[in-house]
Design a protein around this ligand. Structure first.
Ligand code: DLL
Length: 436
């Protein structure tokens, strides 16, 4: 089979050249950030590092890390490196205690981001003959906009469906001959399930490939989706802070996701000590954005646990590969594609006059995440009527929906009925099998 790339010269660049390019870009980017982002300048000054100390990627380790806590502290404009009048877009993700991560883009940033997504689509077999159905959410979430832009760049006929209304997704898919589906793996599985219920066999739909990401999924889930939809399923990774999807993507070999190294410099660190670990070690993934103008995070700690490897790939791409994220070094959960921190639930409970005695139970039924929160009543509520309790559960669920963006099922339980732990409290019971 003829090998296809979106930007062949870059995607197959010899490793030494990639490193040289990264070094040149890093020197420039550190200068840009130091001059334009007082927040990061302070961090560098505190560490005693000046832009002149960074002469290439070998000096990367001298720079301070950035964390989600920094993003929260600098919210909303504190990490901007360009005047707002030069920015054309904002995207956002759910964050702790109501403050979301907001990312800014110049037109140049949007352009490079869309290139990254286009590379992923081409690696999954996409061409200008394809019809690409984008069923990631459109809006503040980066999934819809990212793959939409990538699809345009490849020249696919783009179907901007957004997520939801599954029967209509299936109708459009069949009537308009969609060949590539982009959505979260759980939504892909749900579409597959609905197809089955509607009595469709995979050969009744024109799809050939899917580009699925934004949440952890197993090889087992991949096989299930491939079977029910009759496609080859590709993984794609990214985060709002680094633009969105397209930081890395799978090629046909499917032995990890190639990181777009001309734009993102990856490191693996020990999440406890911050020490940089050698290639092949398991640790926390850290990214430095080399080209982003408006929101150029340096050494951003993703909290995703991962392994990198640079073994030659049969697809001809020379970019380093990351494995599927193997978990997180913080307590973030991804439920129905939305990032949820237990601390957000705690904030809601305290605001509503409850004690922070709760348990989150996440499971998966019919390929959909279920999300329950058990909360201990205050002793004075124990004698309430059933309808009184139901009303309180509804009010709590509503407040959580406002905070999180998704709807939990809230159950008020008797005071002191949630088991107290002698060590770390077990706030989260995640029954989904998310990692192989
Ligand atoms: O999920 C961006 C995205 C959209 C990626 C569409 C792929 C497709 P956030 O909402 O900021 O951004 O969530 C980022 O999601 O740190 C990982 O923990 C997780 N994640 C993203 N992609 C994958 C994946 C988007 N392929 C967080 N496998 C990241 C496992 C993933 N986890």
């Amino acid at each position: 089979m003829e090998k296809r790339y979106f930007q062949k010269e870059i995607e197959t660049m010899p490793v030494e050249e990639i490193k040289k390019l990264q070094s040149e870009k890093l020197v420039k980017q550190v200068k840009h950030v130091y001059e334009n982002v007082p927040y990061y300048r302070d961090l560098m000054d505190k560490k005693g590092v000046k832009p002149e100390d960074i002469n290439g990627i070998e000096d990367l380790h001298k720079l301070p890390f950035l964390t989600k806590a920094d993003l929260r502290e600098a919210y909303p404009h504190g990490l901007l490196a360009k005047p707002l009048k030069d920015c054309v877009r904002i995207h956002s993700t759910s964050g702790t205690t109501g403050k979301r991560v907001v990312a800014f883009y110049t037109q140049h940033d949007v352009d490079l981001w869309e290139d990254c997504c286009a590379r992923a689509i081409v690696a999954a077999g996409g061409t200008d003959e394809d019809v690409c159905q984008v069923a990631y959410g459109y809006g503040l979430f980066t999934g819809g906009a990212g793959l939409h832009g990538g699809s345009h760049k490849v020249g696919c006929l783009t179907l901007p469906m957004s997520s939801g209304v599954t029967e209509r997704q299936i109708q459009f898919m069949t009537d308009l001959n969609a060949t590539i589906l982009c959505c979260t793996p759980s939504y892909a599985a749900y579409i597959g399930e609905t197809l089955k219920e509607m009595g469709y066999t995979p050969d009744r739909i024109p799809l050939k490939a899917g580009i699925f990401g934004a949440e952890p999924w197993t090889e087992e889930m991949r096989r299930g989706i491939e079977e029910t939809l009759g496609i080859k399923a590709y993984d794609i990774y990214g985060l709002t802070e680094t633009s969105g999807p397209g930081v890395s993507f799978e090629c046909e070999e499917q032995t990890g996701m190639h990181i777009n190294e001309d734009h993102f410099l990856a490191e693996i660190i020990d999440p406890e000590t911050g020490e940089v670990l050698p290639e092949g070690s398991k640790g926390e993934l850290v990214f430095t954005a080399l080209d982003k103008e408006a929101f150029p995070l340096l050494r951003y700690r993703t909290r995703d646990i991962c392994v990198l490897n640079r073994k030659p790939c049969s697809c001809g791409r020379t970019f380093i590969k990351m494995c599927k994220p193997m978990g997180r070094s913080d307590d973030m959960l991804i439920i129905r594609g939305v990032n949820v921190f237990p601390s957000q639930i705690e904030t809601v409970l305290l605001n509503q006059g409850y004690q922070p005695n709760y348990q989150i139970i996440v499971d998966r039924a019919n390929n959909n995440d279920t999300f329950e929160v058990n909360v201990e009543m205050n002793p004075d509520q124990f004698s309430d009527t059933v309808s009184g309790i139901t009303a309180k559960e509804k009010a709590l669920a509503e407040a959580m929906k406002v905070m999180l963006g998704i709807n939990p099922k809230v159950k008020l339980v008797a005071p002191k009925s949630i088991v107290r732990s002698e060590g770390k409290s077990v706030r989260v019971i995640d029954k989904r099998k998310l990692h192989d």
